[in-house]
Design a protein around this ligand. Sequence first.
Ligand code: CDP
Length: 788
Amino acid sequence: MFKCKTSPEVGGMGHSVKRKEDARFLHGKGKYTDDVKLPGMLHMVIVRSPYAYAKILSINKEKALAIDGVLAVITGEDLAQYNLHWMPTLLSDSQMVLPTDTVMHQSQEVCAVIATDRYIAVDGAEAVDVQYEPMKAIVNPFKALDEDAPLLRPDKEGQKDNHIYHWERGEREKTDAAIAAADVVVKERIHLPRIHVASIETCGVVASYDKDTEKMLIYLTSQAPHAIRTILALVAGHVGLSEEKIRIIAPDIGGGFGGKVPVYPGYVIAIAASFLIGKPVKWIEDRSENLVNGFARDYHMDCELAATKDGKIQAFKVSTLADHGYTDSSANPSKYPTGMFSICTGSYDYEHAFAELDAVYTNKAPGGVAYRCSFRVTEAVHAIERMVDKLAAEIGKDPAQLRFENFIKKEDFPYASPLGWSYDSGDYKQTLEKAMDMIGYADYKKEQAEKRAQGKLMGIGICTFTEVVGAGPSKDFDILGIKMFDSAEIRVHPTGKALARFGTKSQGQGHETTYAQILAEELGIPYTDIEIDEGDTDTAPYGLGTYASRSTPTAGAAAAIAARKLRDKGKKIAAHLLEVSEEDIEWEVGKYFVKGAPEKSKTIQDVAFAAYTNFPEGMEPGFEATHYYDPPNLTFPNGAYICVVEVEEETGAIDVKRFVAIDDCGNIINPMIVEGQIHGGLTQGIAPAMYEGIVYDDEGNVLNGTLMDYLVPTAVESPHWETGHTITPSPHHPLGAKGVAESPTVGAPPAIANAIIDALYPLGIKHLDIPITPDKVWDAIQVAKAKA
Ligand code: CDP
């Protein structure tokens, strides 16, 4: 168990101190991109395509320009003059900023109206007359690979069909052979549908170009401001926007979840507009735009799990078709086009695995956002956890027992997975036992048997997942060549108070509190005396930002090591002040003392003061340290979730009775914040499991593009989440911590799906794709009854 080293007042690791940032957020004083108002600021509204696939015949700006207050209508042709009409995606595909001839998905940006206020810009957008020639859209990703399917990307040299890439990992032949020889093989095609990243704040930008200084100041809803600055400089350097002239400030962000990592065309158009007009330009995406642009998931996974008749897992194979829309704009590390999907072998020890994926173009919005997920881990965990339950049902074994018999054992860590990961630590048995105790698993099993005897539908679902977060070690992880380290810079002022800056960017995760707690732990300076600053590329050290639960594994580690550098310098100063040699100085959180004479001591504050006023001769003055942390490995948080549901046979209504989530994220910095992260993530887990999914018709129209039709769960739909934790520290992280923010979003959907399928199993229903809605359940029940 973790034991706090500091008092609650100092507030180091393990203390549930209240969030420092809440004073501002709870009083409505957060400063978001839309709160930025600059003198002379113009407003931009985007005209979007009503068609999923169409030729643009003409764009007539006249009526729009005739409106008082409309200053410009920017088209693809306008941007083409500066070679800014296309941009690279993070995975080296290409994406239109504005089209010159063809639109490739419904709601794609067609042109943008710049006006003196937003209302006028909206009027202007309505007055732009665009003539289209609609074409037959490809909506079904399987049909996109048909030989006679029209080529969607003729602009790409050498592109002969709609196939983007093939990826594979593992041993195909050995896995196939193991599957062929196995006693039992369960198979399923599992689809994880397209969903939205419906954060409270939509995307937005205020771009302000100063022609005199040639500087571009950009306020941006960005989870990764430094990387975006570099990309912008690479894209627009040829028109004079070089990196030192660009300053990106990511102010407060109202939820990112991966949706604020990519560069959206709207950002680039607004930046280009400000550059051309020489005035600040604001673009704030409205809710409808946010709901039809971008996406997460959309993997069709053909899974096969092989085992002995007693349930010893032997091999897993998964072949996936990924629908990327019209361009691959997934925000994944360069060497990992499918993200960390190869974690799909899960928490179980077996020898053979093979995963492959084919990505295709369709006439849908691009995105492939790692929605609160460390790059496709949600898909991977859903695949293995559904299949393990399917195997348990097939051989008639309790799904908990099956898991216990197949878990990677505590003593087997570091564990080399068959698809190439080195899991750092875990105690899966303990975590599942804790979840079973907490929920009262045995009693529910009895209750279920009784209910089944009465013809009632009750289900118990388990998910025991392994996550992989903290991208990542520079040998393997980069985005467009930029290595995925992260950074911390600490300045301790003469009075012992501090300012620390990071390359990450909080979007509500509480970094202002938890980073201060890490420094309090390492230095003994109270967390309330430490200001945390992130998101301004002119002041923060370079870092790759916050997504994929990477902040604690990377920047959190950087903070600890930078603090230790300070402590080393402080030791020299303390020795000087106490007039002993450095070897005679010992450290205890917050103070240095003379070995064997603890009454002779200097506090960290005394030492900080001396660093500016009375430092040893020859020493560099000041009390500052910086560290760029290149993690040696990723961290592998894990958890055991159990869900109990009842399903009403007459209506298909699903009632989530209980949900217990036991998480293991190693040592915990702030238990209250972690619990908050888990609660939010679980709600974002029930969302795709039971409610969310983008629905297209055959023409590529989005049928649920408003919050009236696309049901984002709220507190009303959320069950009472019961949480707990086990602790297996990460052996390679300086604080023993692992990331946590995404575990619940990853673990909840299969637990819920497994529970619902378990409830329906007596009717002969063996699988349903998420979202498992009442009408889907009702339909399945009718089909099952008709067959019976
Ligand atoms: O990258 P992101 O901040 O989204 O994810 P994270 O590193 O998992 O951290 C989410 C929040 O939980 C941060 O405020 C962390 O400091 C906190 N956390 C914690 O208190 N203890 C951990 N072991 C992991 C995260």
